[in-house]
Design a protein around this ligand. Structure first.
Ligand SMILES: [Zn+2]
Length: 261
C-alpha cells in the first residue's frame, strides 16, 4: 500500500508482514522533501527497506528516523535502513535503537513529539502539519492492546484525550488505513475501553475470577487469534481497577510476555 498526503510530501508504505496484530502490515511513514524523516522503518525486510530507501533518495536522502515504540515490527528495520542510506542520522524514540523516549513537545526535524503511552509505557506519536503519526495507539477499525502496569490504562485514556484536543486533521497509524475523522475515532476508542471496564466490573460482581472466565464473558466478541492480546489488555484493566481500589480479592492475573512491555 502507498498513501500520500500534502501533495506527496508525506508518503506511507506498508511492509509485507500481515497478521492478527499487524493487520495488513506495518505502515512506515516518510516526511519531507529536502531531506526525509522516516517514522517506523518497520520489520527487517529487504524489499520494504529498499522501497523506503528509494523514496528517501528522491527526497535529498535520509535526515532522521523516528520510532513510535520499540516493538520489532516497527523498529527491526532501523539498522538496514541506516546501512542502505550510508548516513549516520539521529534515531529518535524509545529503545532498543533510539536515544530513549523523547520529551513531550520536543521537536525533531519536522516532527513534534506527543507522548501517547498505553500500548507500551514509552510509546509516542509524532505530529506534523496536522497529521498525527500514532503508531499502535489507535487503529481505524480495531482496538489496540494496552500494556499492564499501574497507571497504564488511565494514562492511555488521558493521552488520547490530549491528542483529540490538538484537533489533528488525520491520524496515520502504524497498521491499517488512515483515520480521517480523528475526533470521532478517538472518542469511540475511549468509549470502547470504558465499556469493557463496565462489563469487566459486572463479570467480577457476578463472581468470575479466572482469566478464562473474564475473557469469555467480557471479550466474547474477540476471535481466537486475538485472545492473547485481549489477555494483555485484561491485565491493564485489572491494574486500573487495582489502582482505584475496586478490584475484588482473588482475581487471577494474566501472564504477559516480556516483549510486550
Ligand atoms: Zn505494531
Amino acid at each position: 500500500m502507498r498513501v500520500e498526503f500534502n501533495d506527496g510530501e508525506v508518503v506511507g508504505l506498508t511492509a509485507d508482514n500481515p497478521g492478527p496484530l499487524t493487520l495488513a502490515g506495518t505502515n512506515s511513514w516518510i516526511v519531507g522533501r529536502e531531506g526525509a524523516w522516516v517514522i517506523d522503518p518497520g520489520p527487517d525486510q529487504s524489499l520494504h527497506i529498499e522501497q523506503i530507501a528509494a523514496e528517501v533518495a528522491g527526497r535529498g536522502g535520509l535526515a532522521g528516523i523516528a520510532l513510535t515504540h520499540g516493538h520489532g515490527d516497527h523498529s527491526d528495520g532501523v539498522e538496514r535502513l541506516l546501512a542502505s542510506s550510508g548516513r549516520t542520522v539521529t534515531v529518535v524514540g524509545p529503545v532498543p535503537h533510539g536515544e530513549g523516549s523523547p520529551a513531550h513537545g520536543s521537536q525533531h526535524g519536522p516532527l513534534e513529539v506527543h507522548r501517547l503511552p498505553g500500548h507500551t509505557a514509552d510509546h509516542v506519536a509524532y505530529i506534523y502539519e496536522g497529521i498525527a503519526f500514532t503508531g499502535d495507539a489507535i487503529f481505524a477499525e480495531s482496538s489496540v492492546f494496552v500494556s499492564p502496569g499501574s497507571g497504564s490504562l488511565a494514562g492511555y485514556l488521558q493521552a488520547l484525550e490530549q491528542l483529540a484536543s490538538r484537533q489533528p486533521i488525520v491520524l496515520a497509524p502504524g497498521h491499517g488505513p488512515v483515520i480521517n475523522d480523528p475526533e470521532t475515532r478517538i472518542n469511540q476508542q475511549i468509549a470502547h475501553r470504558l465499556d469493557r471496564e463496565r462489563r469487566l466490573l459486572e463479570a467480577l460482581a457476578s463472581g468470575s475470577r479466572t482469566v478464562d472466565q473474564l475473557l469469555a464473558e467480557v471479550w466474547d466478541d474477540v476471535p481466537e487469534a486475538l485472545l492473547p492480546a485481549a489477555a494483555v489488555t485484561l491485565a491493564a484493566h485489572l491494574d486500573k481497577l487495582d489502582d482505584e481500589a475496586s478490584l475484588p480479592e482473588g482475581v487471577e492475573r494474566p501472564t504477559v510476555p516480556d516483549w510486550i512491555i
